[in-house]
Design a protein around this ligand. Structure first.
Ligand SMILES: [Fe+2]
Ligand SMILES: [Fe+2]
Length: 203
C-alpha cells in the first residue's frame, strides 16, 4: 500500500481505520502527514515562484484549505498527544526536552503564520492577483523554508525516538486521536483536494 493510499484510508473516512483487521501504525500516519506537509511546501513554493503574474488559482485555493485544516490538525495531534507522551517517556532527558520545546514554539509560530498566509492566498485565489506580491512572496518563502526544516527535523529525531520510547498504551492514545481526527473528516477533505490538484497533469 502506498503512503498516500494509507493516509487516505486513515483520514479520508472511507475505510476501516478503526477496524481490528487494519491495525493503525500511528507513527506511520505521522510520517505520511509529513510527506503531505512537504507537498504543501512545494505548492507554496510554486505559488511564490509564479508571483506576481502567474497565479495557479486552483492550487492557491487548495493550499488555503490545507493551511486552515490539515496543518492545524497535524499540529494538534503532535501538541496534544505525541509531544506530551514523549515528554513523559523522556522526563530525565536533558538533551531532548529542549528540542521538543523548540518544536512546540515553532508549532505556535506556524499556526499563527498559516492563518495570515491563508488570508493572502484566499485573496489571490479569488482575485487572481496578490494584494502585495512582494510581501506575499516573502511570507511564503519564510513559511515553507521553516516548515520544511521543522518536518525534516521531526523525521530525523522525533519520530525515530517515538518508535523506540512510546509504550503500547501510548500508541493506543495516538491511535484513538487519529481515529477521532479521521471521523472529523477535516484533514481527509483537504488532503483529498490537495492530492487531486497535485496529481493533475500539467497543461
Ligand atoms: Fe511538528
Ligand atoms: Fe510534524
Amino acid at each position: 500500500m502506498s503512503p498516500h493510499s494509507l493516509h487516505l484510508r486513515l483520514v479520508g473516512g472511507r475505510a476501516e481505520a478503526g477496524s481490528p483487521s487494519v491495525p493503525i501504525d500511528p507513527i506511520a500516519v505521522l510520517e505520511v502527514d509529513h510527506v503531505l506537509k512537504l507537498e504543501l511546501c512545494d505548492a507554496l513554493e510554486r505559488l511564490a515562484d509564479g508571483l506576481p503574474n502567474e497565479t495557479d488559482m486552483a492550487l492557491a485555493k487548495v493550499a488555503v484549505t490545507v493551511l486552515r485544516r490539515g496543518l492545524p490538525e497535524h499540529i494538534e495531534l503532535e501538541g496534544r498527544h505525541l509531544f506530551p507522551l514523549l515528554k513523559r517517556r523522556l522526563s530525565g532527558d536533558e538533551i531532548f526536552r529542549p528540542v521538543l520545546e523548540q518544536l512546540e514554539f515553532e508549532h505556535e509560530h506556524d499556526d499563527a503564520f498559516a492563518i495570515e498566509i491563508s488570508e493572502e492566498l484566499e485573496r489571490l485565489a479569488e482575485a487572481g492577483k496578490a494584494r502585495n506580491a512582494e510581501m506575499l512572496g516573502y511570507m511564503l518563502r519564510g513559511f515553507f523554508v521553516s516548515l520544511r526544516r521543522h518536518v525534516c527535523w521531526e523525521n530525523a529525531t522525533v519520530l525515530p525516538l517515538a518508535r523506540r520510547k512510546l509504550t503500547e498504551n501510548d500508541l493506543d492514545e495516538l491511535r484513538e486521536a487519529i481515529v477521532a481526527r479521521s471521523l472529523r473528516h477535516a484533514v481527509g477533505r483537504s488532503m483529498d483536494a490537495f492530492i487531486g490538484v497535485r496529481t493533475k497533469p500539467a497543461d
